[in-house]
Design a protein around this ligand. Structure first.
Ligand code: ZN
Ligand code: ZN
Length: 342
């Protein structure tokens, strides 16, 4: 090795070792242990491992699956990690991310704000953080969620087919709920997750895996680094759209869609997208502020927007015309930046 090359490596290698990377993960899935899913923790973990995910939480209902007890087959990738966790149930559900033990769940109270707060507090005592799960099943009002302290994440997109992420006649969409919370000053980030139960039977109507995930920006792939990154909003959520660039600056958001990786994700036979009736096929970027107002929209893969009001968040809509003529939408949602010092 020449002296010059050696010198260069000394300069470059530490930078590579500590550079931020993107890690693909799912924070919500189920196994046979819950009684209504069809596969063992090993089969579930293997599915995510074999499809290139970097991390997974085996978030069983009120059961703690110790990652050490889950044995994968074959050559195990070094960049795959089981983050310990649980889905805590009750009048509201939440993922207890990166806990060291079982979080209790039998808190009998009709006040759902108190239930959520209790789940957050108990999860913290067990060393983890809370993601509020599917807040439109049951329908939670913004006024119930707002007072909950130390709650920094909720499921913006839960891929279970029974979950009404986009609202219906009885409930608002998860984005409307998010805007209502952000508008009132809450720091809360949106998570996309599978909530998968079925790994043996496959159909668009089944709660299969591979439909909603997060891309987390972190220096290292450890449970604590991932959890910290997500708590700070250093991730984006997706139902199929992948980004090659995301700068969540102090006063602006800049993003670029990775069309090649997105196309690859969309080839998946597990991913169906959201059926819609109207719209031109293509890639569109929206930036959204208080009251859910779209402050800027454009077509194409690249966009950036300056923050004006209390917050700004980005959303990519990728609309595809299928062979049968139907239209399907896939999304990526960035986390907000704040302009009011929160
Ligand atoms: Zn649940
Ligand atoms: Zn669940």
């Amino acid at each position: 090795m020449s002296l010059r090359l050696g010198y260069l490596l000394i300069l470059v290698l530490p930078a590579l070792a500590f550079a931020d990377q993107w890690f693909k993960g799912n924070t919500h899935c189920h196994t046979k242990l819950c009684g209504h899913a069809d596969s063992t923790p090993e089969v579930v973990a293997q599915w995510y491992h074999d499809r290139g995910y970097n991390f997974l939480i085996l978030s069983e209902h009120n059961k703690f699956i110790d990652p050490k007890t889950v044995k994968l087959k074959g050559e195990i990738r070094k960049d795959f990690l089981l983050v310990p966790g649980e889905e805590v149930t009750g009048p509201t559900h939440s993922t207890a991310m990166n806990v060291t033990r079982l979080v209790p769940w039998e808190y009998k109270n009709k006040d759902r704000t108190k239930v959520m707060q209790w789940q957050v507090d108990e999860t913290r005592k067990a060393g983890g953080v809370t993601i509020l799960n599917h807040p439109n099943a049951p329908i939670l009002r913004p006024a119930e969620i707002l007072p909950v302290k130390d709650l920094y994440m909720f499921e913006l997109y839960n891929a279970h087919p029974a979950t009404k992420n986009f609202g219906d006649a009885h409930r608002p969409s998860m984005e409307e709920l998010w805007d209502a919370l952000l508008e009132k000053g809450k720091i809360i980030y949106g998570v996309a997750a599978d909530d998968s139960h079925k790994f043996a039977k496959w159909d668009e109507k089944h709660d299969n895996p591979g439909r909603g995930w997060v891309m987390v920006r972190s220096k290292e792939l450890t449970p604590s680094a991932l959890t910290k990154a997500m708590t700070l909003g250093n991730f984006y959520s997706t139902s199929g759209v992948m980004l090659s660039k995301l700068i969540r600056g102090k006063t602006s958001i800049e993003l670029e869609v990775d069309q090649k990786t997105t196309a690859k994700e969309l080839e998946s036979k597990y991913l169906f997208g959201r059926p819609v009736k109207k719209g031109e096929p293509g890639t569109f970027v929206e930036f959204i502020g208080p009251q859910g107002e779209v402050v800027q929209s454009s077509s194409g893969s690249k966009a950036s927007c300056k923050l004006k009001g209390a917050y700004l968040r980005g959303k990519v809509i990728h609309r595809v015309k299928k062979k049968d003529g139907s239209l399907r939408e896939y999304y990526a949602w960035t986390q907000p930046v704040f302009g009011d010092g929160r």
